[in-house]
Ligand binder design. Structure first.
Ligand SMILES: Cc1cc2nc3c(=O)[nH]c(=O)nc-3n(C[C@H](O)[C@H](O)[C@H](O)COP(=O)(O)O)c2cc1C
Length: 105
């Protein structure tokens, strides 16, 4: 997370792959994703704590844009609190391990 959003590098990548007529298209009944659905694993590293709060703009955004392309099987792995001291870092990475195990269960 950079300044409450996805880093510019990730945004650039999304802008490169979200292409009308290539990865999505518009039909009479609305937009349709053209990517074959397959699992997507998304690792979220954050200095603070946002999971499950309204300030977490990343997860709804990524669900919206990836879903738009046809990718619905999303797994989010959270490492949070990484700028909040050593105990918080340990907790953040322990949670990431839990999320990883769940994602690949
Ligand atoms: C430019 C910049 C902006 C950041 N903004 C946030 C933020 O809004 N919220 C947050 O929790 N952490 C923020 N952080 C901390 C990063 O999310 C955290 O350090 C994360 O581990 C960075 O991952 P990376 O090493 O893959 O870049 C920011 C870090 C940078 C460099």
């Amino acid at each position: 997370m950079y300044n409450f959003g996805v880093p510019a590098q990730l945004k650039n990548w999304i802008d490169a792959i979200a292409r009308n007529g290539v990865t999505f298209h518009y039909t009479e009944s609305g937009p349709k994703g053209l990517l074959a659905d397959k699992p997507v694993y998304i690792a979220l590293a954050r200095g603070g704590l946002y999971r499950g709060t309204e300030s977490d703009t990343q997860v709804p955004y990524l669900k919206a844009v990836l879903g738009f392309l046809g990718l619905k099987n999303l797994h989010f792995i959270y490492a949070e609190g990484l700028n909040m001291g050593p105990e918080s870092v340990a907790k953040g990475f322990a949670q990431a391990e839990v999320d990883l195990a769940a994602a690949f269960a």
